[in-house]
Design a protein around this ligand. Structure first.
Ligand code: FAD
Length: 384
């Protein structure tokens, strides 16, 4: 039977910084990291295309920021990532856009405060670099969505939907809250919340508190549209051009878009990711039939001529533009009820939690994911 000392579910920023930090803290034991997707990154991953080799578009977070000075351990992790070339300071200007299609000052937004960083060459590189740091300790398992959790006296048992793949672990960390949230029941057609089913109510009061906090929490829904804007070099846009263009309220009333993110490619091409507005209710399909994804894509592409008007030779860009389609983020960013950091580790059940849904500076953003991971790594090494 496959077995590790610590199983970490998820391969996003929180999970990858947790395992890298455990390596830095000389954690004693084997670690298995299990991710539902094809690779690491989660909401900070990059999309590749079979038809456009070398292209990578960051379809989730395009960068991240630190609003407060990080603790020493996080600073040292980020410094090492910068030294090894996976991470760079993001100094590209950010501007606003008004309803007349003219540039204005950047809006006030928690995602733009403080120091900004981005992955090099793309956001997925951040998680890839963190996993390299954790290498000697780590076994990674991709394309494995954990649907079942069981707990016996000393071990957690994790398995995929068909139970064909299983992993036993002395300790468990969940970096997302799907296995603890009622939304998993409708999304995954589960009869019960897997974490609740694994540990009887009353056995671990701390875990009961975690489950009630998580069940009261909600997250935003968001769509992004990935566009291969130009295959040729566009120095007039890639040099000194804003990296992100945020629409002001008037512009958002005209186009249903939060921001445009320009992504120069290593091969000289230029990509564009259009971020839709945050939505808190299940999406209403725009009129005109087709699947919700097709309707969303049409909506973004209809807005493109107006949005590209702010760019030099926007019309010629429009002729070259090729859409890679849209991505729906069902839980893009947590909105409320952060999990208190005092509940990040439940010792009676040997389970811990990290991610942007923990109550730390940066809640709902990459900063929160990173900080929560460093916090939890401290607890895990103190208890190992
Ligand atoms: C469109 C968009 C734009 C954003 N922009 C910004 C921004 O500008 N600045 C910023 O700071 N933040 C931004 N964010 C938020 C940022 O992406 C997240 O805060 C951060 O990436 C969260 O990292 P995480 O590790 O906590 O979670 P995730 O990245 O979600 O990682 C959790 C991982 O766990 C995996 N997983 C979950 N359940 C299971 C299971 N049962 N079995 C196996 N694997 C599982 C998931 O596949 C996922 O990879 C944005 C998010 C989106 C969607």
């Amino acid at each position: 039977m496959r077995s590790v000392d610590l199983a970490v579910v998820g391969g996003g920023l929180a999970a990858c910084s947790l395992v890298a930090q455990l390596q830095q803290r000389r954690f004693q034991g084997t670690i298995g990291l299990v991710e539902a997707g094809r690779g690491p990154g989660g909401r900070s991953s990059s999309r590749e295309s079979r038809t456009a080799p070398g292209w990578r578009l960051d379809h989730g977070a395009p960068s991240f920021n630190l609003t407060e000075p990080p603790p020493d351990e996080l600073r040292s992790l980020l410094n090492q990532m910068e030294r090894e070339g996976y991470l760079i300071r993001d100094d590209q200007p950010i501007v606003g856009l008004n309803s007349a299609g003219r540039f204005t000052e950047a809006p006030q937004n928690a995602q733009l405060e403080g120091k900004r960083f981005r992955g090099q060459p793309s956001m997925a590189s951040v998680c890839e670099g963190l996993l390299k740091m954790a290498d000697p300790l780590l076994q990674t398992y991709y394309n494995k969505r954990i649907c079942w959790l069981e707990r016996d006296r000393n071990h957690w048992h994790l398995s995929t939907d068909d139970k064909a793949w299983t992993l036993a672990a002395r300790r468990l960390v969940l970096s997302g809250n799907l296995l603890a949230h009622p939304r998993g029941k409708s999304l995954m057609r589960w009869d019960a919340i897997p974490l609740r089913a694994a540990v009887t109510k009353g056995f671990d009061p701390q875990l009961d508190d975690v489950l009630s906090c998580v069940s009261a929490s909600s997250a935003s829904i968001r769509w992004t549209c990935m566009i291969q804007l130009s295959n040729t070099q566009r120095p007039e846009i890639t040099t000194n051009w804003p990296g992100q263009i945020w629409l002001d309220e008037g512009a958002q009333n005209r186009w249903p878009v939060e921001r445009l993110v320009l992504q120069p490619q290593q091969n000289g091409g230029l990509g564009l990711v259009i971020h839709g507005l945050q939505e808190s209710e299940p999406c209403i399909t725009p009129e005109g039939g087709g699947s919700p994804a097709e309707a969303r894509e049409r909506m973004f592409l209809d807005a493109l001529p107006g949005l590209l008007a702010c760019m030099p030779r926007g019309e010629s860009l429009l002729k070259e533009a090729r859409s890679w389609g849209v991505m729906r983020w069902g839980a893009a960013q947590p909105l409320d009820n952060p999990l208190p950091s005092s509940l990040q580790w439940c010792s009676s059940s040997a389970i811990g939690f990290c991610g942007d849904w923990i109550d730390t500076p940066g809640f709902g953003r990459a900063e929160g994911a990173l900080r929560s991971a460093v916090n939890l790594a401290g607890t895990l090494t103190a208890n190992s």
